[in-house]
Design a protein around this ligand. Sequence first.
Ligand code: GLN
Length: 253
Amino acid sequence: MQNNYEINIIHLYPDLLNLYGDRGNIACMEKRLEWRGIKANVRTCTNKDHSIDLSGADIIFVGGGSDREQEIVCNLLLKKKDELIKHVESDGVLVAVCGGYQLLGKYYKTANTKIEGLGILDIYTDSGDTRLISNVVLECGRFKMPIVGFENHAGRTYLGEGVTPLGRVLFGNGNTGDSGYEGVLYKNVIATYLHGPLLPKNPQLCDYILERALKRKYPDFEGLEPLDDGIEILANDYIADKYAGVTQIKRRA
Ligand code: GLN
């Protein structure tokens, strides 16, 4: 048990950006910390709060949603832009999904409006005529296991030169539908179009996120104790095999 540690997670605007139950990712982080005896303090900021308190944040999470809700959140977060940039530039962990991902960039341009982004990442998003909806399988150099998930977005996100994608698309559309890449990894920012149960389906990614936060907070932290992820690995493998024909597990005929 690793009970000498604790992590502060801030969940931004689940009342506005929570498409496909993005909030389940918070439960997943909490549970995987708890299984190791590590305390998770979750603070939720909603539209009812007069101001948001980012103090002590180790991990900040923002989900996705409709253009309308995205614009509301963007305007609220612009007030916290400097603090968010400070968090990211000091290696704080920030996990952003879909609409949340887009608003980290310079802007998100739809057919009717241009939403100014937070400018945390050197990316921009233009909305296309069709929605990119698909299961997704990614190859990510950091992990043996592929990252699997589900995407549904009109936006096409273009990455600046210094920005690294999260993964290479083996199945699905990813950032633009034709770039061959999905998401962004920048310092300890993990931004992706993959909605809903991203972390339950990808325990390797969840532990990566938790470890980045723990190592930043506790320089002597040596690594998370392993968990029995047999069931999670089987679920991940089923999707990776079904859609992209990649499997790490030899199943019995
Ligand atoms: N509104 C954005 C788009 O359609 C984000 C959608 C989402 O979060 N699923 O591209």
